[in-house]
Design a protein around this ligand. Structure first.
Ligand code: NAD
Length: 499
């Protein structure tokens, strides 16, 4: 039997695509088949440093390029992303396991971030107050920081890197991206399009790897800012190490999100919201609706409805047609970890209403599948209630009233998203005001904010001051200068002095 041909996994350093050999490698799988499709080189500190030096060398020219011209590169990039969307979506599906529809959605959200960044000439304008004191004018100017670094997770291979570098670049910074070693191919495919769009050599660089590579990137003296998305322990480490080395850091961490269903909620809409939120992307979403809080007698109708919807979802391989509703998890180890957590939940007293561990996918026996699972009667102290599961598992908790539901949400260590389904404006308003979460949904299962607004996690879901996306993103990638000026002498334009 012939071995499958592995896809190349090069780094981009100073405008050169380099195959890195002689280092450890991490296997990339097609989660639908379990086959190895590539090997990610685990770059050493030396390769990470070379990428930083290349970004530093490209900085003087790129930061002096007018914002309008920088934005034009991104306009071309957006057009290329759209023209290649089918190819990119297939690449995401192949290495991440999302359904093709979900992969298109991943890319669409990323393209929106490029669209936002195309507005740089407006986003970067400063403010002026003429004659702030007699004969004195004051203005603010936004300038790039310098070399910025991005470290990204496996679950949105297109969108999350695109949260970072389009905005960083259009603000005049240069960039080094280190995507997840589990999904390097999408990052490479998209980087080739950025090159084609005309990004100058060295302004954007791509390296692969793990701990050693990341450690070099986040401590290098020429790096000014770090954007990180991933799990909470790694996010906390990146934030603490980066800030200790004087960097500006924004680090998005893990999550545990709640959906409150009030007794007056529309049954069909709330069921759809929870099911899509819990099982879409196989639950591998930082905004997944991982816990449904059923208030008062909402459970009577909602639980059977959730169970019926969950068991009717089709689970299967995503790299061929017909497309399933739920694809595989990212690795065999992760699938086994999630299955183990279901067992732990049952051992600690949760009731399994729908058990995805029993799923068999005949046409893809080696894929990393787990079916939609619902655990009822979950209590706050249980492992499944405290730990991020990051798989197709929905916890159900019973609440006496809205107060109890809000208190449960507010006890969580995380604070990414929280939603309510209700017909009552009063309940929605109270929830919106009191709940401790950075992104709040009203009759929306996954209230992930779009490119024009900050992706606004709280508590252990975020470390830093300025979030990604929106105007906060622009502030993160720039520093502000305040210029106070006075001119002397008639010929120099001192229009105030003789009045
Ligand atoms: P992860 O933390 O394992 O990895 C994220 C990145 O950090 C990867 O590039 C990885 O190579 C690197 N990394 C991992 N361990 C490291 C270490 N010890 N030292 C240095 N670098 C290290 O996360 P993941 O499994 O790829 O992604 C899933 C996690 O990401 C979940 O917790 C999810 O909630 C979170 N996430 C959060 C958001 C958000 O916006 N809050 C969005 C997407 C995913």
């Amino acid at each position: 039997m012939s071995l499958p041909v592995l896809e190349p996994c090069p780094c981009l350093i100073g405008g050169e695509w380099r195959d890195i050999t002689g280092v450890n490698a991490s296997a990339v799988h097609n989660p639908s088949t379990g086959q190895t499709i590539a090997e990610t080189p685990m770059c050493t500190a030396e390769q990470a440093n070379a990428a930083i030096e290349a970004a530093a060398a490209a900085l003087p020219q790129w930061k002096e390029t007018p914002p309008v011209e920088r934005a034009r590169v991104l306009f071309r990039f957006k057009i290329l992303l759209e023209a290649n969307s089918e190819k990119i979506a297939r690449c995401i599906t192949r290495e991440n396991g999302k359904t093709l529809l979900e992969s298109q959605g991943d890319l669409r959200r990323g393209i929106e971030m490029v669209e936002f960044a195309c507005g740089a000439p407006s986003l970067l304008t400063g403010e002026t107050l003429e004659n702030i004191a007699r004969g004195i004018d004051c203005e603010t100017v936004r300038q790039p920081l310098g070399v910025c670094v991005g470290i990204t997770p496996f679950n949105f291979p297109a969108m999350i890197p695109l949260w970072m570098y389009p905005l960083a670049l259009v603000c005049g910074n240069t960039f080094v991206l280190k995507p997840s070693e589990k999904v390097p191919l999408t990052a490479i495919t998209i980087a080739r399009l950025l090159e084609e769009a005309g990004i100058p050599r060295g302004a954007f660089n791509l390296v692969h790897g793990g701990r050693e590579c990341v450690s070099a990137l986040i401590t290098h003296p020429k790096v000014r800012a770090i954007s990180f998305v991933g799990s909470t322990p790694v996010g906390r480490y990146i934030f603490e190490t980066g800030t200790r080395h004087g960097k500006r850091v924004q680090a998005n961490g893990g999550a545990k999100n709640y959906v409150v269903i009030m007794p007056d909620a529309d049954l069909e809409n709330s069921t759809r919201g929870v099911i899509e939120g819990a099982f879409g992307c196989a639950g591998e979403r930082c905004m997944a609706s991982s816990t449904a809080l059923l208030v008062s007698d909402a459970g009577k109708a909602v639980l059977p409805s959730l169970r019926q919807a969950a068991t009717s979802l089709k689970v299967g391989p995503t790299d061929r047609d017909p497309q399933p509703d739920v694809g595989p998890l990212i690795t065999r180890e992760h699938r086994d970890r999630v299955a183990g957590l279901i067992e732990t939940g049952a051992n600690e007293g949760a009731k399994i209403v729908s058990d995805g561990r029993a799923i068999r996918v005949d046409n893809a026996p080696n894929g990393f599948f787990l079916g939609p699972t619902i655990l009822d009667e979950v209590q706050s102290k249980m492992t499944v209630a405290r730990e991020e599961i990051f798989g197709p598992v929905l916890n159900v908790m019973r609440m006496d009233d809205l107060d109890a539901a809000i208190a449960t949400v507010n006890c969580s260590a995380y604070g990414n998203g929280a939603s309510i389904f209700t017909r009552s404006g009063k309940a929605a308003r109270e929830f919106k005001h009191r709940v401790k979460a950075g992104m709040v949904g009203i009759n929306i299962g996954v209230p992930a904010s779009m490119a024009w607004f900050p992706f606004s996690g709280w508590s252990d879901s975020f470390f830093g001051e300025l979030h990604m996306q929106g105007k906060e993103g622009v502030q993160f990638f720039t520093e502000q200068k305040v210029v106070t000026s006075r001119w002397f002498g008639e010929e120099e334009g001192s229009i105030w002095s003789n009045r």
